[in-house]
Design a binder for this molecule. Structure first.
Ligand code: KG4
Ligand code: ZN
Length: 304
């Protein structure tokens, strides 16, 4: 039986490492074959194999590395290991030809929240990271607790529902406001939202969003919108501090790059654009399909 990834997301309300490993193993050969065919190439035309080596789910990364090793061995090709987050940061240079180093990058994905000052290829200063969960993890969990349709992913589902809600309707506190650093924390915000959901007796399993009454749907939309406002406000605060630090270290920076899966969210883009403008920076955001995990960014990072 073939395991489909959207089905797994629905069944488990998120990524379960063992199931994800099996799903990767089932499709890897076909995906690679399809990519080579789409590029109108034969395996013997290849000159190297680039592969993500981490950070990420080690069970899934291993499937990719094993496949890359097999191809590299069979065709006597060099193998290039690429850092997952470096690929997210550098893919902006694919679409933004004028993007010169140094630039500040905010990487927001399912597993990472990073503020990086990129000085050159391979030369990075980490200004901030998450001390617990990343923002994408919070989007995914809250989408599950709200009973959203997880087939397209928790983040996009929550973004969509938030458009129907009032972002000022539920009081949530912004994380880490007392800390004068550039680090993030989303575990506490997740707990705040879970309490609101429990207090309102929202039962995602017996009443998924599709079966919710008008009133219940409105309440869930209000929770989604209020969460999104505070989650992104936390990004804004820390990013603003990082801009100040980066401008002291590299006064010539002109660009803020926003990348990683959560960067495909329109509200995130709009709010970060305001921060960039306020500090005379240009916001550069890869197109949504290049923000989420993709092979092109891995190829491109290796090709620089
Ligand atoms: O970079 P990515 O594709 O994979 C990781 O490296 O984690 O990011 C996936 C994350 C997931 O948590 C997903 O829910 C989130 O990005 N995401 C979004 C949106 N699209 C993807 N979060 C909020 N709004 C979106 N539109
Ligand atoms: Zn990623």
């Amino acid at each position: 039986m073939q395991i489909l990834i959207p089905d797994l997301l629905v069944q488990y309300g998120g990524v379960v490492p063992k199931m994800a490993e099996e799903a990767h193993a089932q499709v890897i050969d076909r995906v690679v074959e399809q990519a080579i065919q789409n590029a109108k190439l034969k395996p013997s035309d290849l000159t190297a194999v680039a592969v993500t080596i981490g950070p990420g789910l080690s069970l899934c990364l291993r499937i990719g590395v094993r496949k890359a090793r097999t191809i590299a061995g069979k065709y006597s090709l060099p193998m290039v290991g690429v850092h997952h987050m470096e690929a997210h940061a550098l893919v902006a240079r694919l679409t933004e030809k004028e993007l010169d180093f140094p630039f500040l990058t905010l990487l927001v994905s399912g597993g990472h929240n990073l503020l990086i000052l990129a000085q050159n290829v391979g030369q990075y200063i980490q200004l901030g990271t998450t001390i617990d969960d990343a923002i994408g993890e919070a989007y995914d969990k809250i989408a599950k607790w709200l009973g959203l349709d997880m087939r397209k992913g928790g983040g996009p589902a929550l973004e969509e529902l938030a458009q129907e809600g009032d972002q000022d309707s539920i009081m949530l506190s912004v994380p880490m406001q007392k800390y004068k650093d550039c680090n993030f924390s989303y575990a506490g915000l997740k707990t705040q939202v879970r309490r609101v959901i429990e207090f309102n007796n929202i039962n995602a399993i017996s009443v998924p969003i599709i079966s919710a009454s008008c009133e219940d749907r409105k309440l869930r939309a209000n929770i989604a919108a209020s969460f999104q406002r505070v989650a992104v406000l936390h990004l804004e605060h820390k990013c603003e501090r990082a801009v100040e630090w980066a401008q002291k270290m590299e006064p010539s920076i002109k660009t803020l790059v926003l990348s990683g899966g959560v960067a495909s969210n329109k509200y995130v883009r709009m709010q970060l654009d305001k921060i960039a403008k306020k500090h005379n920076l240009k916001l550069v955001c890869p197109p949504p399909n290049l923000c989420t995990d993709n092979g092109l960014s891995i190829f491109f990072s290796h090709d620089l």
